[in-house]
Design a protein around this ligand. Structure first.
Ligand code: NDP
Ligand code: 8X3
Length: 246
């Protein structure tokens, strides 16, 4: 029987690439995000796809979307907690408080809301897998990124603690921690549609497909193997802030 994967934040970037990669590997996919037009157009390209349109920051929307899943979609074998963002790139005293709220509400609280509901079902069935999309920002802190780094450090802590909480139930928990990936991430962070031309100039960043590939690897290991974390960087990136730019 085909496994069902739910991928949050699949309207763009890593989430979209992961939905396509898992679908190509034979998973049924539930894709989520706020941009309904993008969800629908992606679902139209995939076999066995269901689109769920909600804002992950809204606890009620998350709960209703999962509770009201059609019966044939209600067993989720694999949860990819990918929806997330950075907002702003300034020293902490210059940050917008709204940016803090958005990052904390999405990257931490949204991840928690959806995980709680889906993990409950996995605990009952005593099987399942959860992969959290963290970041090199979850391993290192850097200037002008304090709150984003804090949210990804939280994702690291949640991943480790969830692995312990769900260990008695045979549920795999792991994370993938990318460095610089060219998606809409920097456009959103810098609030500038031309951001990618500047941010990724002079070196070759990762592509969303590179991360989808790592997630697919994690999702297709045999039952006794749990990949706990993959830190994946562009060759030109040595740490959160050290880049070999030409
Ligand atoms: P994108 O901006 O391309 O994609 C972000 C996705 O998250 C979109 O599908 C967006 O959907 C969704 N999302 C954001 N906010 C919400 C919300 N409130 N409710 C529901 N969905 C939401 O960026 P990436 O693909 O790069 O980012 C994916 C993940 O990867 C993030 O967690 C990011 O922190 C992480 N990451 C990215 C790196 C990079 O360099 N790009 C490196 C390391 C980690 P929509 O707007 O339609 O709701
Ligand atoms: C995204 C990568 O280095 O901009 O998580 O924080 S970084």
């Amino acid at each position: 029987m085909k496994k069902t994967a739910l991928i949050t934040g699949a309207t763009s970037g890593i989430g979209k690439a992961t939905a396509i990669a898992l679908s190509n590997k034979g998973f049924r996919v539930i894709i989520t995000g706020r941009r309904q037009d993008r969800l629908q157009s992606l679902c139209n390209q995939l076999t066995d796809c269901l689109a769920l349109n909600f804002d992950i920051r809204d606890q009620i929307q998350v709960y209703e979307a999962i509770k009201n899943l059609p019966k044939e979609w209600s067993q989720i074998d694999l949860l990819i907690n990918n929806a997330g963002l950075a907002a702003g790139l300034e020293p902490l005293h210059e940050n917008l408080i709204d940016d803090w709220e958005q990052m904390i509400d999405t990257n931490i609280k949204g991840l928690l809301y959806i995980t709680k509901i889906i993990a409950k079902q996995m605990v009952q069935r005593q099987q399942g897998q959860i992969i959290n999309v963290s970041s090199i920002a979850g391993k290192e802190a850097y200037g002008k990124g304090a709150v984003y780094c804090a949210t990804k450090h939280a994702v690291e802590a949640l991943t480790k603690a969830m692995r312990i909480d769900f260990n008695p139930y045979g549920i795999k928990v792991g994370s993938v921690s990318p460095g610089a990936v060219e998606t809409e991430f920097s456009i959103v962070r810098l609030k500038d549609p031309d951001a990618n031309q500047k941010v990724y100039a002079g070196y070759q960043p990762l592509k969303a497909d590179d991360i989808a590939d790592a997630i697919t690897y994690m999702a297709t290991r045999p039952p006794h193997v749990n990949i706990a974390d993959i830190l994946i960087l562009p060759t030109a990136q040595a740490s959160a802030t050290v880049f070999n730019k030409k």
